[in-house]
Design a protein around this ligand. Structure first.
Ligand code: PMP
Length: 428
């Protein structure tokens, strides 16, 4: 509140009478408040800091080395020589762009190669790859649903699904995070009022690091004649003994789920998104989804990198085992140090919940001073009482990296909370 007052409200828009001042838009105030807070706390704004190297278990920012927990290269495949070589070869043969929508002249052999490989890997009929993970959700949901439809989304669902529902003009209701009884209640109360119903969940939640009960979801969607979408952006390469995701872990036939969504930007060390499922779904999207039909095909180096990373993941399941080991190690160490990891299951995404945005930002700053790079997640990205540090653990961290980070986090958090008097004055 106090910080709000530091930034004068200036929503009338046209200072100086020249061109429109976009910094006067209401949402832009958030940025000003962040800057004012950082200045007051005498810390750097913890966003947009350029890394000077490939960020893996370690990184460099401005000539300083850090143990890095802010990158979602979960299986350590970014920069793998096979992945880089595949990207280079594709670029040499096909150039840097496919220079058209795939529908009209942009189709190249590597598109179908990746799609067939990812569909086979997941155990479904087919897949379609698009240029962005976020846009994949937006265009797929925006296109498959309409104003007479309902989306029942987990309360912690990713923004790309929310935006897709907005585009569709469908109704969105949220059920409490991972609360299947609440979902069942909503289905019983609302199903009959709508034409189609889509239940949307994540395979591994990107802020809390927990997973939904797939068996109950499949039973509920079957009973209530709904569709199920599972966004596996963070689950691919992470969940299930060989990284095939939630269906593999739960021993459920992946074909029981209508829509599997995933990204190329995490374990697959690239950029883009995909939808995997039945041949009919994939053919329909390829023929009609605006974000696919009216957008360029994914570029050669990008698709080839994802394909090579996928093949490496498939050939080397020990990467997943190492990642699982590291995640569990982090969780155990964090709990032993008295840190609040919420509902995290020890699967690559490990929050340390602090419950105060200013303390979270300060702890992240002090951790950086001590050589650990971790991102604070603060209001409004999460509610104030859920402000946290989010650690992404990957397969290439050593136990020593993890132990060091946990020990420093516990020490610095305690010290920062003790500084509390000054802070609470600031936040009052
Ligand atoms: N879904 C989820 C659950 C995500 O966390 C993200 C982004 N991190 C996306 C979709 C969008 O993917 P991308 O960043 O690859 O566009």
């Amino acid at each position: 509140r106090k910080l709000e007052r530091l930034v004068p409200d200036n929503t009338d828009g046209r200072p100086g009478g020249k061109s429109f001042d976009f910094s006067s838009l209401e949402n832009a105030r958030q940025l000003k408040i962040q800057r004012a807070a950082a200045e007051m706390l005498q810390i750097d704004v913890p966003f947009f800091r350029p890394h000077d190297v490939r960020a893996a278990a370690h990184t460099r920012i401005g000539n300083r080395e850090y143990i890095n927990f802010s990158s979602y290269d979960y299986c350590g495949l970014n920069g793998d020589p096979r992945v880089t070589a595949a990207a280079q070869e594709a670029m040499e043969r096909f150039g840097t762009s496919v220079s058209a929508s795939r529908v009209v002249s942009g189709e190249r052999p590597f598109h179908r190669e990746f799609e067939k490989n990812i569909a086979r890997f997941l155990g479904v009929e087919d897949a379609v790859v698009m240029v962005s993970g976020h846009a994949t959700n937006v265009t797929t949901i925006g296109h498959l649903l309409g104003p007479n439809d309902l989306v029942l989304a987990d309360a912690f669902i990713h923004n790309s699904i929310v935006e897709g529902v907005r585009l569709a003009g469908a109704t969105r209701l949220t059920f409490r995070h991972n609360d299947m009884d609440h979902l069942a209640e909503l289905l019983s109360a609302k199903r009959h009022q709508f034409n189609r119903v889509l239940i949307a969940v994540e395979g591994l939640y990107s802020m809390d690091g927990d997973t939904p009960p797939l068996d109950r979801l499949v039973r509920l969607k079957t009973r209530h004649d709904a569709w199920l979408l599972v966004d596996e952006a963070h689950a691919l390469g992470v969940v299930g003994p060989t990284g095939r995701g939630l269906a593999e872990r739960e021993g459920i036939d992946p074909n029981a789920v209508e829509i599997w969504m995933g990204t190329l930007s995490k374990t697959l060390a690239s950029c883009g998104g995909f939808i995997a499922g039945s041949t009919a779904l994939v053919e329909y999207l390829k023929a009609t989804a605006p974000g696919f039909v009216f957008s360029v095909g994914i570029p050669p180096s990008v698709a080839a990198a994802a394909n090579a990373a996928l093949l490496a993941l498939e050939a080397e399941p020990e990467r997943v085992a190492r990642l699982v080991h590291n995640g569990r190690h982090f969780l155990k160490a964090a709990r032993a140090a008295g840190l609040d990891t919420g509902t995290a299951e020890g699967l690559a995404v490990l929050p340390v919940i602090i419950g105060d945005s200013i303390v979270s930002a300060l702890v992240a700053h002090r951790l950086a001073e001590a050589g650990v790079n971790v991102q604070p997640i603060i209001f409004p990205a999460v509610p104030e009482q859920a402000a946290r540090l989010r650690f992404f653990v990957n397969a290439t961290h050593s136990e020593d990296d993890i132990d060091t980070a946990v020990r420093l986090t516990a020490e610095i958090l305690e010290r920062t909370r003790k500084d509390g008097a000054g802070l609470s004055q600031l936040a009052a």
